[in-house]
Every structure is written in structure tokens, then in C-alpha cells.
Design a protein around this ligand. Structure first.
Ligand code: SF4
Ligand code: SF4
Length: 344
């Protein structure tokens, strides 16, 4: 199998040509000739290489609402790209054809790209930003950083859509380059993260707090799965964590699960469960709570936390109407949290 490789960042050499990857909180110890858990970072004779530093496996121009980001340059387009590989193994992964094959050494070569090509494609399609998404940007951090630097120089914003499992050093590398993030809070138990994702909850919670401190625009997404993370207790815990640690203005996207990949033993999430979660978020004091994967649902709209009027009406990922004046509710004047809301 042919693929190119570039020297990776964020690793350290150990004895006997072993290395430790320091890009994410898996902190893989990798023997000479071996690969990390994500399957796209390889030890060759005591040095770590990335197999996805210069090729993408998926690329599209989407509304930024699709990430989902509802409070960041609403109505703008974003160039979305991702490579093969992920540092999680979620049983319910919707992008499993991208995220999982490298773990089995089934490495489908993506399309070769350079940061220059990505930036010029974004400009050609009049995108306002570049989104590193689909699989997990942490495992292609080298391409993220190189592209994000160039994007910045060209006045484009940078967005990550991530599981939030970066190492502290990896987050530091991205600080100053990333403008907005949608981070999954997949559940509120270590059990779920261990059994359903082969990862851990604690680093994700820590990173959410760090990202808030670093000042990126932050939205949070939770996929609600029947019987796994949909108890009233757990929903309250997640809403409470967001409110108390990230702030009431943090948008929370509660999304409907459909059976896929290794999780086909249960039905799609009932719409009532998503509505209950929506109410739980509101009751916890969150100002912006959204339903996801139910096109046409009222929960896609932004209501003003001041007067309750609809200030941004959406249908799926499209804006229907906008009732904002310079980023504030046109009715009562309350500022609506976000970045460049006024352009909507
Ligand atoms: S990015 Fe994470 S999963 Fe991949 S090799 Fe590094 S530590 Fe392991
Ligand atoms: S973190 Fe996302 S891309 Fe990675 S396995 Fe989980 S659902 Fe799939």
C-alpha cells in the first residue's frame, strides 16, 4: 500500500527505538514499525511520522451551520475537510468509513493536497472559514496547523469539529490559530467513554474548560442514544457542567441518533427524548439549546434569552429569517452571543 509520510510533531523518543505520541490523551507508546491507536501515526526507526499530513479523504463546501455552529458567522460557507483516522472508536460513528479503517491497516489513500490549495479552494468558493472535521483533526494536527496559519494570513477563520481529546501540548499548538470549535460531549460517564468510544471523559471535560479560557468561540454537541446516555440524571449533569464551567451562553446541540456502524441493536432516538433533553438544558439555565437531526423542528431556531422572540429562524442548515440588529435582538436589544452575528 502506497502512502506518503511526513515527520510528525508532538512525540518523544524512548529507549529501543520506541516513541510516545503526545498529540492526544491516548499517549500511545509505539514500537518501531508500529502505529498508534488512530492508525495514521507511524514509528519508523525511532521517529514518528504522520501518514495523513498531506492528503484529505473528504472535502466539501458547507454552510457553517452544518458543523454545527449556529453562532459563528451565521449564513457563511466553510470549506470542510478531513483525513482518514481517529483517536476514538465510537460504536455509533457516522463517519466510520473514514475514521476506522486505518486501525485495521486498511489505509485508503486520500487526495494529495497542500495548504496553498486548500486556502485557494476556500477563497474560490467564497468560504469565510476552513473547518477541520469529519474524522478527528487531532490525528492530522500537522495539516491543521500548516493550513490554519496560511488561512489566517488570507483572512479566513479556522474551525475544529472535534472529540476534544487533544493533549495539553496539542491544544497549545492550536491556540492563536483556531477561532471556533464544536466539541462533542458524548456522555457524562467514564463508562460510556470507555465502552462506547475506547477513550476517557475526564480529558474532554478539562479541554472544554481550557478552550473556553483560550477564548475560541465554543459550541457543544451531544448525540443522544437510547439507553446509553439519555437518563434525566445524565442530561442534567451535562447541562449543569456546561452552564457552570463553560457559561450559560454556550450553545448546546442535542442531536438525534440513528442506528449505524456497530450500534444497530436499537432504534433511532425518539423525538420526545430530544425534546426532553432540550427542556433539561433550558431548565439548567442554558440560553441557546438546539435540537439536531430533526429538520424543521422548532428547536433549530435561536430565541432571544431576553424576550423569547425568535431571532434566527432555520430550516435544517439554512437560515430562513434573521431578526437581529448589530448582533442584538431587534425586539428588546439583548446581545446574542457569538461571532459576527450581525452579518446574518
Ligand atoms: S494521535 Fe492519539 S491515538 Fe494517534 S498515535 Fe497519537 S496518541 Fe495515539
Ligand atoms: S470521535 Fe467522531 S469520528 Fe471518531 S470514532 Fe467517534 S464519532 Fe467517529
Amino acid at each position: 500500500m502506497m502512502h506518503t509520510s511526513k515527520q510528525a510533531i508532538l512525540w518523544k523518543p524512548l529507549k529501543e527505538q520506541k516513541v510516545q505520541c503526545l498529540a492526544c490523551c491516548q499517549f500511545c507508546l509505539i514500537e518501531d514499525g508500529g502505529r498508534g491507536f488512530c492508525g495514521v501515526r507511524q514509528n519508523t526507526r525511532g521517529e514518528l511520522f504522520t501518514l495523513v499530513g498531506d492528503n484529505v479523504a473528504a472535502m466539501n463546501v458547507d454552510p457553517v451551520e452544518k458543523k454545527p455552529l449556529f453562532h459563528f458567522m451565521p449564513g457563511s460557507m466553510t470549506l470542510s475537510l478531513g483525513t482518514m483516522g481517529c483517536n476514538f472508536s465510537c460504536s455509533f460513528c457516522q463517519n466510520y468509513t473514514l475514521s476506522q479503517p486505518p486501525k485495521e491497516h486498511q489505509f485508503r489513500q486520500g487526495q494529495p493536497v497542500t495548504p496553498e490549495q486548500l486556502v485557494s479552494t476556500a477563497r474560490e468558493y467564497r468560504a469565510g472559514s476552513i473547518s477541520y472535521t469529519y474524522s478527528e483533526p487531532t490525528v492530522f494536527i500537522e495539516l491543521v496547523l500548516e493550513t490554519a496559519r496560511l488561512a489566517r494570513e488570507n483572512k479566513l477563520k479556522n474551525i475544529i469539529v472535534s472529540n476534544g481529546f487533544q493533549s495539553p501540548d496539542c491544544l497549545k499548538e492550536m491556540d492563536g490559530l483556531i477561532d471556533a470549535a464544536n466539541i462533542d460531549l458524548k456522555a457524562y460517564t467514564e463508562d460510556f467513554y470507555q465502552n462506547q468510544c475506547k477513550s476517557r471523559l475526564k480529558p474532554v471535560l478539562d479541554n472544554l474548560v481550557k478552550i473556553r479560557e483560550m477564548g475560541w468561540w465554543l459550541e457543544v454537541t451531544t448525540l443522544i442514544i437510547p439507553g446509553l446516555n439519555d437518563s434525566t440524571r445524565e442530561l442534567k449533569d451535562m447541562a449543569g457542567f456546561i452552564k457552570n464551567n463553560l457559561g450559560a451562553h454556550t450553545p448546546w446541540h442535542i442531536s438525534r441518533f440513528h442506528p449505524t456502524f456497530n450500534l444497530t441493536d436499537r432504534q433511532s432516538t425518539p423525538v420526545e427524548t430530544i425534546e426532553e433533553a432540550w427542556h433539561t438544558g433550558k431548565e439548567a439555565g442554558l440560553e441557546y439549546v438546539y435540537t439536531g437531526n430533526i429538520p424543521g423542528h422548532d428547536g433549530e431556531n435561536t430565541t432571544c434569552p431576553g424576550c423569547g422572540e425568535i431571532v434566527v429562524s432555520r430550516l435544517g442548515f439554512q437560515l430562513r429569517s434573521v431578526n437581529l440588529d448589530k448582533g442584538a435582538c431587534a425586539g428588546c436589544g439583548r446581545k446574542i452571543a457569538g461571532y459576527k452575528m450581525s452579518r446574518a
